[in-house]
Every structure is written in C-alpha cells, then in structure tokens.
Design a protein around this ligand. Structure first.
Ligand SMILES: NC(=O)c1ccc[n+]([C@@H]2O[C@H](COP(=O)([O-])OP(=O)(O)OC[C@H]3O[C@@H](n4cnc5c(N)ncnc54)[C@H](OP(=O)(O)O)[C@@H]3O)[C@@H](O)[C@H]2O)c1
Length: 285
C-alpha cells in the first residue's frame, strides 16, 4: 500500500482526490483538513508523519482567496510560503515526496503564446506573489518534491466558477461574465488523476515544475455559455469587460499553460475542457 497524506483535505482539490480514491485500491489516502493538520504548525505535521508511515504528501492546503489576499498579505504568506518550509523540512527529514500545487497566477498574462514551465513568472497580486514564493521554497530546497501548476480549477466541490454559474442559473437573472480574459479551465478530477500518475512515475520527482490544464483555451464568458447550454438554461448571459468589473486584485489577461512536459513524461492524454465539463456536470446532476 502506498500511503499518501492529502493536506487541505476538505478543500476543492482535496475532495476531488477523495472522489477518485475508489479507483486506486493500492493507495491508502489520509485526508486531513486544517482542524486536524495545520501546515503552518510544524509539530502538527510531525504528529501525523510519525503516526502514519507516509510516503507522499499532496499539498492541497493553500490560501486561495485572490482578492482578500490583497488585505491579508501576512496570512497569505504564512500559508503559501512559510508553511511550505515546514513541508520541505519534513520531506528532507523523513524522505517523503511532496507534490505541491501552484497556479497560473504566478504569470502576468501578457504572453500571446502557450506558457512553458520555464517562462519567467511575474505575478500581479499578493496571491500570485505568495504562490511564486512557495514554489521557490520547494525549488531551492532541492528536495524530492515537484510542483504542479494549474489554472481555472473547477469541480463538483467547494467554491468555483462552474458552481457559481450553476447557482446563478437557478435565479433566472441576467448573468454578466468577463469576455476578455483567456485561460484553460481545468477539472479538479482530471488534475487529481494526473497527479496520481506522477506519483506512480518515480522518475518525475526531480524537483521541478509541471503544468497541467485541460486542453483548449477559452474565456470566462465562453466557459459560462458552455455550462448554461449543457443544462439548457434560459438565463441571459451578458459579456462584459474586466475593466467594468471591480476586483480588488488584478487578474492575468491571458494564460494558457503549455502541458507538453507532463504529457510526454507520463505519456498522458489530457482531455479537452468541454468533455471534462460534461463529466463534471454528470456528477453534480
Ligand atoms: N481554485 C483555482 O481556480 C485554482 C487555480 C489554480 C491553482 N490552484 C491551486 O490549487 C490548490 C488547491 O486549490 P483549491 O481550489 O482546492 O483551494 P481551496 O478549495 O481553497 O482549498 C484549500 C484548503 O486548504 C485549507 N487550508 C487553508 N489554510 C490551511 C492551513 N494552514 N493548513 C491546512 N489547511 C489549510 C483550506 O481550509 P479553509 O477553507 O478552512 O481555509 C481549504 O480547505 C491551491 O494550491 C491553489 O493555489 C487553484
């Protein structure tokens, strides 16, 4: 049995692992949420590491509130940077391999081509800056850890754009969605499966970054349109410009993560985003 500890086990991605775990009978998952294991508290991690004979930690714990981070930079830094130092220390002391999740928000969104793992990061807001610093903690540690950057994550769980649109569609009001930001929607269930494939490929643990997103690039508006069409909603969708929507944090305009590295490393076939969206809807229905 491979024993894997999933931190942030009650978050969106943590729950995706919980959903797919039935397909992995040779893996014993331990899902721990912040009340059980707070990654900012080294001793709290240590207790479980000593108790559970863990081989891998999948770090799904994070500070993910993009706008609130502008007002809470210290809290964001504590969870997205300083806590990663704890994980790295654990990794080195107990020879545990860490899979850390990061984000397309480490980029500024000015590139007009797909972005590879070695593209220069340049985050626009506090969230992206702390996630980048967290990446650097891992990379500088030279530990047996890897970073998986993803984008526009959605799933049947937690708070995400897909669920927001489903909820708004029930009110029959107009739904205004930004049509000038481009990216790759990514199913948390697909991401979780890809991460487990990385775990089964020990050669991939060479202290580097992999990009994982579903195939295809779109706008938030088109993403919403596809969701509403699939559920035959009569809601009226209104395209708006990001400049007309007052977010506290600036978002990158255009980030399409290039996924060639993970595809070739794992011989992985990544699903097209619209196909994954249909599968996600089936779970919700
Ligand atoms: N969501 C996206 O669109 C997106 C896009 C790209 C990358 N990512 C990355 O993907 C990863 C997973 O994101 P997600 O959508 O699953 O986020 P999420 O739903 O916010 O889950 C994060 C979990 O971490 C928990 N947590 C916060 N502080 C913690 C601490 N100190 N110790 C232990 N747990 C803690 C949170 O608990 P509370 O809820 O109680 O705070 C929450 O359950 C993150 O690294 C994120 O940066 C997300």
């Amino acid at each position: 049995m491979t024993r894997i500890l999933v931190t942030g086990g009650s978050g969106q991605l943590g729950k995706c692992f919980n959903y797919i775990k039935k397909d992995y009978p040779k893996i014993l998952f331990h899902f721990l949420d912040i009340d059980q294991l707070d990654i900012t508290d080294y001793e709290s991690i240590l207790i479980y590491i000593k108790k559970l004979n863990i081989k891998f930690i999948i770090n799904c714990a994070a500070y993910t509130q993009v706008d609130l981070a502008e007002d809470e930079p210290d809290k964001a830094k504590m969870i997205n940077v300083l806590a990663i130092e704890n994980l790295v220390k654990i990794s080195k002391s107990f020879r545990i391999k860490i899979i850390h999740i990061s984000t397309d928000y480490v980029f500024n969104g000015f590139a007009d081509e797909e972005i590879k793992e070695d593209h220069e990061p340049n985050p626009l807001g506090v969230y992206g800056k702390t996630k980048l610093e967290g990446e650097n903690v891992i990379l500088n540690s030279k530990s047996k850890s890897i970073i998986v950057r993803t984008s526009w994550l959605y799933s049947p769980y937690g708070k995400n754009f897909f669920k927001t649109i489903l909820n708004l569609s029930k009110s029959n009001k107009k739904i205004s969605v930004i049509n000038d930001q481009w990216g790759k929607p990514t199913s948390g269930l697909d991401l979780a499966k890809a991460i487990l494939k990385l775990i089964n490929s020990p050669k991939s643990f060479d202290n580097k970054i992999y990009h994982y997103s579903n195939k295809g690039i779109t706008t938030w508006h088109n993403f919403a349109k596809e969701i509403l069409e699939l559920i035959n909603s009569k809601s009226i969708l209104v395209p708006i410009k990001s400049i007309d929507y007052s977010f506290k944090a600036i978002r990158p305009k255009n980030v399409a993560l290039n996924t060639n590295l993970i595809e070739t490393t794992l011989n992985l076939k990544i699903p097209y985003w619209k196909d994954s969206l249909k599968k996600c809807l089936k779970i919700v229905e």
